[in-house]
Design a protein around this ligand. Structure first.
Ligand code: NAG
Ligand code: NAG
Ligand code: NAG
Ligand code: NAG
Ligand code: NAG
Length: 231
């Protein structure tokens, strides 16, 4: 799959806003790094296991649906980030991350670095410090495929919506998250959400979502319509 390189932020464009909260949490990507392997039963393996297994029940998830921590000492230090979609209640957040934790080490056995993302949550770990900084190796962009009846109108409105959500998400507090919709004379509407991890600055969040927005808009105009109209 071809994901653009962005920072820790994401953006959804949807046909049904309600499907965000109720749909099965679909797997969108799993990326195992090729940067290095750890050996079974090593210090790194123990640190990783301790860190990952602490995530699902962590109280960090309570207010912002965000986990960021590390275990161990250099060179065996492991860092992890878990993030739930801004609309997700804490119990669902825990269970989404729990599923991720179980799956990620099975899918990427002995990899020092990996990331895995569902509609509802994402998880990433690394031997590099990935906390509090922009990182261009973790990205998630999703779309539904469908053609707009009036592409120019659709693109204009999509642009307005995405830029508005970018500003609102970046300005957010504990959850840098915004959702919204725009409708065309009651005939159809576009729904979208954007989110950044709460550890990055407003400026970095805005930059990150800018890249995502430009990607979406660029993509919209030459391949197929990003997002879907709801009639
Ligand atoms: C890591 O292990 C995988 C198989 O588990 C192997 O394909 C890969 O080449 C290894 N990478 C390094 C850097 O040793
Ligand atoms: C790891 O440790 C377990 C329990 O001590 C042992 O059964 C297993 O053989 C070890 N695996 C490796 C690859 O050393
Ligand atoms: C995570 O899932 C396991 C079963 O796979 C379960 O035993 C455990 O209680 C779950 N933990 C949380 C915090 O949900
Ligand atoms: C959307 O538009 C493209 C190019 O104009 C066309 O090839 C495709 O069949 C259309 N898809 C649908 C579902 O109408
Ligand atoms: C985790 O993120 C919070 C912001 O949500 C930040 O205040 C904290 O310093 C971060 N922790 C680490 C270990 O980076």
């Amino acid at each position: 799959m071809d994901f653009p390189r962005l920072s820790i932020c994401f953006l959804f464009i949807l046909n049904f806003l309600v499907s965000l909260a109720t749909s099965q949490s679909e797997l969108r990507f799993n990326r195992c790094s090729t940067s290095g392997n750890y050996t079974t039963n090593s210090t790194y393996a123990r640190n990783l296991n301790a860190l990952l297994s602490s995530i699902p029940a962590s109280s960090d998830l309570n207010s912002d649906g965000f986990f960021n921590s590390s275990v161990g000492q250099n060179p065996n230090q492991v860092y992890a980030i878990g993030l739930c979609a801004g609309y997700l209640a804490v119990a669902s957040c825990r269970s989404c991350l729990n599923v991720s934790v179980q799956a990620i080490t099975q899918e990427c056995p002995n990899q020092k670095e990996a990331s895995r993302g569902y509609d509802n949550c994402m998880l990433r770990f690394s031997n590099r410090n990935i906390l509090g900084s922009m990182d261009d190796s973790f990205v998630y962009v999703a779309w539904n495929v469908g053609n707009a009846t009036n592409p120019a109108q659709f693109d204009d409105m999509l642009g307005d919506l995405l830029l508005d959500l970018r500003d609102r998400a970046a300005a957010g507090g504990v959850r840098k998250y915004a959702k919204g919709d725009i409708s065309y004379r009651g005939h159809w509407a576009i729904y979208a959400m954007e989110q950044c991890t709460p550890d990055i600055s407003k400026l970095d969040c805005g930059k990150c979502l800018n890249v995502a927005t430009n990607f979406m808009l660029g993509y919209a105009s030459y391949k197929f319509k990003v997002g879907v109209e709801v009639r």
